[in-house]
Write a protein that binds this ligand. Structure first.
Ligand code: NAP
Length: 211
């Protein structure tokens, strides 16, 4: 642990952003791992509302939000925010981070968690230069991920914007929301890939019948 971490009195809240269409146990495992490794005081899941970069039509944000709430329900350290789901128009991470900073104040460091591939593209995000100066990031990789490009990118982001970007390996859970949607669509089981409550919600509401 660095001296800075030892003496810091700031709280650290992690933001787990994603479409969560649907949320699955891979997302939960990532959140748990990051929480532990970075000593986060809170883990806030934020299902995205209407992201500008999505080509596929997303499942209604209310369904995605409810499934996320159900998934984290049993963990007292996890919570879900509806700030992106409630926002009208396109949702940008910069607006989300600014809104959270207003809510929590200066004594909280916000750390945005996302996949390593998203970090490679982060400079294309809305007002990326401002965003990269405003909060820290965590680039999540699975074991076996070739980090050559990522490490170069992290160095360049650090020298260009002074960004703090942690890179964390998480257990190799080979689960994706795309695969889950396809399984449901094909009438195949998703048992143990999502929490049981989420599985029941998907079946009860007939989600992913059409892709
Ligand atoms: P995504 O479609 O949810 O995720 C893309 C890939 O990363 C998928 O393989 C996904 O796996 C994985 N993933 C999703 N959430 C993750 C997480 N928290 N940690 C590790 N891996 C994760 O979403 P995305 O479009 O890349 O966006 C991710 C976040 O970045 C969202 O909060 C989004 O709003 C934000 N973002 C903002 C901007 C902007 O402000 N302009 C632009 C791009 C992205 P699964 O498919 O299994 O979920």
């Amino acid at each position: 642990m660095s001296n800075q971490e030892e003496t810091s009195t700031k709280l650290r809240y992690a933001i787990m952003g994603g479409t969560f269409d649907p949320i699955h146990i891979g997302h939960l495992a990532v959140a748990e791992e990051v929480k532990q490794k970075l000593h986060c005081d809170r883990m806030i899941f934020i299902p995205s509302g209407n992201p500008p970069h999505k080509k596929r039509v997303l499942t209604d944000a209310v369904h995605r939000y409810i499934m996320t709430v159900m998934a984290v329900n049993s963990n007292p350290h996890f919570e879900v925010s509806d700030i992106e789901v409630e926002r009208q128009g396109y949702t940008y991470t910069l607006d989300t981070v600014k809104q959270l900073q207003k809510i929590y104040g200066d004594n909280v460091e916000l750390v945005f968690i996302t996949g390593a591939d998203a970090i490679l593209e982060v400079e294309t995000w809305y007002k990326a230069d401002e965003l990269l100066k405003l909060c820290s990031f965590v680039a999540v990789t699975r074991p076996g991920y070739d980090k050559t490009k990522l490490e170069q990118k992290l160095q360049s982001l650090q020298s260009k914007y002074g960004s703090v970007i942690y890179s964390i390996d998480v257990p190799g859970l080979n689960i994706s929301s795309t695969d889950i949607r396809q399984r449901v669509n094909g009438g195949n089981s998703i048992k143990y890939l999502v929490p049981e409550t989420v599985e029941q919600y998907i079946l009860k509401n007939g989600l992913y019948k059409e892709l």
